[in-house]
Design a protein around this ligand. Structure first.
Ligand SMILES: [Zn+2]
Length: 462
């Protein structure tokens, strides 16, 4: 579908109006400030998550969308509890004398590490666990070591994210298996606990939490992340002497609870049954404010509706804004949304997720079922000229965890792609707060997504 020149001109003009309105009047930054600083970390099942549900629901009502509703979903409830305590101990040889005399007289050293329990992990309670640390490179190494080397040890997974990857998400994808599956893989051979190098390319003192998953076939053992600086130091120490660690953490898994997706829409005038979804996930980890992950995606999505309203735009298709719950530790919201949508026989022509942070927009990637992808992709990329003044690419690629379950509806699934270089400096940490977000960059994201929603609404994709 090559757009006629006049339509291109009209679209170019309207997209500029979207950027003007967003940069001048977009509310995404002030709303993100509220979400991340007033409400704070919003792990599913927490009081903060419920507060965020009500806050965004009330915003949608105030925006006078055509309908606004809660959609129930079941979520796991995991509590971090009291602060973690991870202390390593080692004996440093005394220089000269003790070495010459070969005495066991070595001075004991210790250090408290910057650590965070991983999501879903059990706690040690006040008695803690203690043992010698063994460093491993990856999960497969464990199978080679076996129980002979791993029994009663604390396994330290220390494979860094690969700094040579251009997309930091690729680097993350290449390393995150240690965090997600490390505990059970080590427990299989009798390990007592695991420490995992934080998933970041930054060298600093911030530990990064994130989901871990137990394999029910093996005993559950505690799993904690340590900062990259601490991981480097620990690895260096292990080259010269044994290192012992004592771990105390107080996390708990409670029975599942009901939480909610928050949904609002404006009905299309010509094709009300063709839905264009725009969304992010409302939940975040409990530490920090969940500003980039994924408060940014939520406020981007709210701005889409608001900017179109501000420009008095009447959509042809139904534009739906979704705040998904529980992306971080179970995807309860994304699954519930797709189930209900399928049961109602709905059709999502397009779904766009913003879950890569509030950084400078770079473009969009898309995916769909094989049988429909080719036609969609031709039409999707026909918007390319309109995005070139804003330096945005349109490419094949991933979409988003929350919208992925909609794939069987055979619409186009789209991921918003901001610059990824600094995302993992903040991801799942105490420093993912509003001061890590640049107001203008955030607004550029909202404008980019609104522009794409507008173009799909105007021209369809088939
Ligand atoms: Zn996220």
């Amino acid at each position: 579908m090559a757009l006629p020149i006049t339509a291109q001109d009209e679209d170019a003009f309207f997209i500029k109006k979207i950027y003007n309105a967003t940069l001048q009047n977009g509310k995404c930054y002030e709303r993100l400030t509220h979400l991340s600083e007033e409400i704070g970390g919003r792990l599913a099942g927490s009081v903060e998550a419920q507060t965020a549900v009500e806050y965004t629901h009330d915003l949608m009502v105030d925006m006078e969308m055509d309908s606004v509703w809660y959609q129930a979903c079941e979520v796991p409830v995991w509590k971090r509890g009291k602060e973690e305590e991870v202390i390593i101990h080692w004996r440093k040889p005394k220089p000269n004398k003790s070495k010459i005399l070969n005495t066991p007289n070595r001075k004991e050293q210790h250090k408290t590490l910057n650590a965070l329990s991983l999501g879903n992990t059990i706690g040690t309670g006040p008695s803690g666990v203690e043992g010698d640390i063994i460093e491993v490179y990856d999960l497969d190494t464990l199978d080679k070591m076996g129980a002979a080397l791993l029994k009663d040890k604390i396994v330290f997974f220390n494979r860094p994210m690969d700094p040579s990857q251009i997309s930091t998400f690729s680097a993350y994808g290449g390393a995150v298996d240690q965090r997600v599956y490390g505990a059970s893989r080590a427990a299989k051979y009798g390990a007592k606990a695991v420490l995992v190098r934080s998933m970041t390319l930054a060298q600093d003192d911030n530990p990064h939490t994130g989901v871990s998953v137990y394999d029910e076939a093996y005993p559950k053992i505690p799993a904690l992340a340590i900062s990259t600086n601490d991981a480097n130091q620990l690895s260096n120490l292990l080259k010269d002497q044994p290192v012992n660690v004592s771990i105390k953490n107080y996390s708990k898994n409670l029975p599942p609870a009901t939480s909610y997706n928050v949904i609002g829409e404006i009905k299309g005038e010509e094709f009300p049954n063709e839905i264009i979804l725009v969304g992010g996930h409302l939940d975040s980890w409990d530490v920090g404010g969940g500003a980039h992950d994924d408060g940014a995606g939520c406020v981007h999505s709210l701005d889409v509706i608001e900017i179109l309203q501000l420009l008095d735009y009447k959509p042809k298709r139904t534009i739906r804004c979704v705040m998904f719950m529980n992306e971080e530790n179970g995807l309860g919201g994304g699954k519930a949304y797709a189930n209900e949508s399928n049961a109602k026989g709905e059709y999502h022509l397009a779904a766009i997720e913003s879950d890569s942070g509030g950084f400078t927009p770079r473009g969009f990637t898309c995916t769909a079922e094989d049988e429909v992808f080719k036609d969609f992709f031709i039409n999707f990329t026909s918007f390319g000229d309109l995005f070139s003044p804003y330096s945005l690419y349109l490419k094949q690629g991933g979409s988003g965890a929350d919208i992925n379950p909609l794939k069987s509806q055979k619409g186009l699934l789209i991921g918003f792609k901001p610059d990824s270089q600094r995302y993992f400096d903040y991801h799942h940490t105490a420093v993912d707060r509003i001061d890590a977000v640049n107001e203008r960059e955030l607004k550029m994201g909202a404008a980019a997504i609104t522009s794409l929603v507008y173009l799909i609404d105007q021209h369809g994709l088939r």
